[in-house]
Write a protein that binds this ligand. Sequence first.
Ligand SMILES: NC(=O)c1ccc[n+]([C@@H]2O[C@H](COP(=O)([O-])OP(=O)(O)OC[C@H]3O[C@@H](n4cnc5c(N)ncnc54)[C@H](OP(=O)(O)O)[C@@H]3O)[C@@H](O)[C@H]2O)c1
Length: 298
Amino acid sequence: MLPRVILGRTGLRVSCLGYGSMGIRGPKTWGVRTVNDEHAEKILNAILDMGINFIDTSPDYGLSETRIGRFLSSRRDEYYLATKCGCVYTQHKDHLEIDHQWRKEVIERNLHESLQRLQTDHIDLLQFHGGDAETLEREGLLSQLQDFRSQGLIHHIGVSSKIPNLAGLIDLNFFDTFQIPYSCLSPEHGDLITRAGESGAGIIIRGGIAHGGPDAEIQRPVLNDLWHEAKLDELIPKGMTRAELILRYTLSHPYCHTTIVGTCDPQHLAENVTASRLGQLPEPIYREISARTQRESE
Ligand SMILES: NC(=O)c1ccc[n+]([C@@H]2O[C@H](COP(=O)([O-])OP(=O)(O)OC[C@H]3O[C@@H](n4cnc5c(N)ncnc54)[C@H](OP(=O)(O)O)[C@@H]3O)[C@@H](O)[C@H]2O)c1
């Protein structure tokens, strides 16, 4: 069984490893890989079979919501569902174009289409897909989500954010959760995660496996540079993979309640579950990685 953690003031008991479903977005989107229906059905069922009970999606992740609805709605009581709003998207012949707009009509349309696509009568967590405190307040969008909550259409309210808007959103003292990017190769939000966690909010970390680090199929040169400059290979205990080190570092952040790792590879899924069961890194390794990555990223 994967360890369960209380997601801050939502009170939800979520698996410490969640699932980020952007990778099952399908063709004609902005990914370099295409996952077909059969593959998506297998990986979605596998994540529940492995004990993951928290799934993150968004209206602008191509086919992701539709596939979760089609392949998992019969198992709806086995998972908490988080999706997003503020999303405007147009499917062109060969690509998906996305934008974010902070208007009531957009938010209303997003929620109702998500409920339909996800084949459910409620969303456990609805998150603004970005935005800043002043705009969300001025446009009446915070109270709009409170109304949805009173109607039982959504149960909790969150926001997915990063620097420079995140601090102002924490200061509103309004949100049940924050979704924030973080890993040892992208450590810049570490202190804001602590600040958000100390406010009592649930913390959902994205990018928590840094796309697999230097071993990633889809290479991210900036992340790889930090890995090599900080000489992180020196710190890997015998028998541990680079991906395990990265994921367990993320899980070691004192306010990481869950990290929504994306994968479409059953082998990677199994490895990530095993790593998450092992949990936090030994303290001396955690401290040394923090010191080196902080030094190199300054
Ligand atoms: N603004 C926002 O709100 C926002 C933005 C981005 C993402 N998100 C959310 O966060 C989720 C995760 O984000 P992300 O995909 O950018 O970051 P991520 O989870 O760190 O990276 C996913 C990538 O890591 C690879 N991977 C996973 N486990 C691995 C392993 N054990 N070994 C090697 N490679 C591994 C996957 O490839 P394989 O398929 O080959 O395993 C996939 O390409 C998304 O799905 C989405 O739900 C939100």
